[in-house]
Design a protein around this ligand. Structure first.
Ligand code: UD1
Length: 321
């Protein structure tokens, strides 16, 4: 038997994406076999450059709504045990223009995958949920039970993620992690769904002023990508206190509210940028404040964020440079 076939296997969907590519790297570092799928709707080959030739990594250019995806992959990789489902339509504006397609990819494909994972006795299925599942709920910090069928979702993206998370958590092996604002290396500053940190870093390093939408006093809960990766491992019982089977819906954030203005000032300081700030009109559909209640996931799994915002900004800046 080859070494690869003896390793427990993980499927990572959306492997060419920003977060998933970090997750693949980490799983390979734990000596697991990793099968990645991506259809390059928004992922990039370059994100996989560091592991594409790794002997324990296997890539398939598949969409997640391909029928019998897990059964097909299991034929070639019978040790697949864990599924990390990150592939999605990630652009909120795109979801507004294409609600049907967003439902098909972000909800229906997830529902089919988790059902297949249960039938095929996967030990763990961890899904990338989103803070968007809370709509514009301003009861802060946001507790998991606040998102409900009554929540007014601001986009098909938020609605599809909500129903997908519900469906995942009903499966015996299903965990949905509602991530707040993720940032870090490989986040694309040029896409329509670019996070504010990737945009600010890009502007600051090009010596341009940082653009603030509104007064800058809106707040977000920023979580660094390596903490997100560790959250996935904890949810799957690969690290921390979880003993499988484990299921449920959990927030993953730093649990700290940071104003966009303070964020901008920190980035200007770290880059010695003297171009300062440009205040533009408030962005349509923006929520004012977002903050995760993080105790549930921490108590259940032993996970806690390790990277401070300042440290995370340093790391993101050195990558971008
Ligand atoms: C995030 C998600 C979005 C999700 C939403 C729901 C990202 C990239 N987006 O949006 O998919 O639907 O949470 O909770 O994670 N800003 C500026 N200047 C800029 C860019 C942004 O001032 O150049 C401001 C925005 O107006 C906003 C804040 O920064 O107030 C954060 O923006 P962004 O990073 O796009 O994330 P969210 O709006 O939180």
């Amino acid at each position: 038997m080859s070494k690869t076939s003896a390793l427990p296997g993980c499927l990572v969907t959306g492997a060419a994406g920003f977060v998933a590519s970090h997750l693949v790297e980490r799983l390979l570092s734990l000596d697991l076999e990793v099968v990645g799928v991506d259809n390059f709707f928004s992922g990039h080959w370059e994100n996989m450059a560091s592991f594409m030739d790794h002997p324990h990594f296997h890539f398939y250019e598949y969409s997640v709504n391909r029928p019998h995806l897990l059964a097909t992959l299991l034929k070639a990789h019978p040790r697949l045990t864990y599924c990390f489902h990150l592939a999605a339509i990630v652009s909120v504006p795109y979801s507004i223009e294409h609600p049907q397609e967003t439902m098909e990819v972000n909800y229906q494909a997830t529902a089919s995958l988790v059902q297949e994972a249960s039938q095929l006795a996967f030990e763990s299925f961890v899904f990338a949920g989103s803070a968007a599942e809370y709509g514009n709920d301003q009861r802060l910090p946001l507790e998991e039970q606040y998102a409900s069928a009554e929540t007014e979702h601001l986009s098909p993206y938020g609605g599809a993620k909500f129903y997908a998370s519900q469906c995942v958590a009903e499966a015996p092996c299903g965990v949905a992690l509602r991530f707040f604002n993720i940032y870090g290396p490989r986040q694309d500053p040029a896409s329509p769904y670019s996070g504010v940190i990737s945009r600010f870093v890009d502007l600051a390093l090009s010596g341009k002023p940082l653009t603030i939408f509104g007064d800058g006093l809106q707040t977000r809960d920023f979580i660094y990508v390596s903490d997100v990766v560790e959250a996935y491992l904890h949810a799957a019982g690969l690290r921390g206190a979880v003993v499988l089977p484990f299921r449920g819906i959990y927030n993953v954030g730093a649990g700290k509210a940071v104003t966009v203005l303070d964020l901008a000032k920190s980035i200007l300081k770290l880059t010695d940028n003297t171009e300062s700030l440009t205040f533009l009109g408030e962005r349509a559909g923006d929520i004012r404040h977002s903050l995760a209640a993080v105790k549930c996931f921490q108590n259940e799994t032993g996970w806690s964020p390790q990277i401070s915002l300042l440290d995370g900004l340093h790391r993101t800046l050195s990558w971008a440079r």
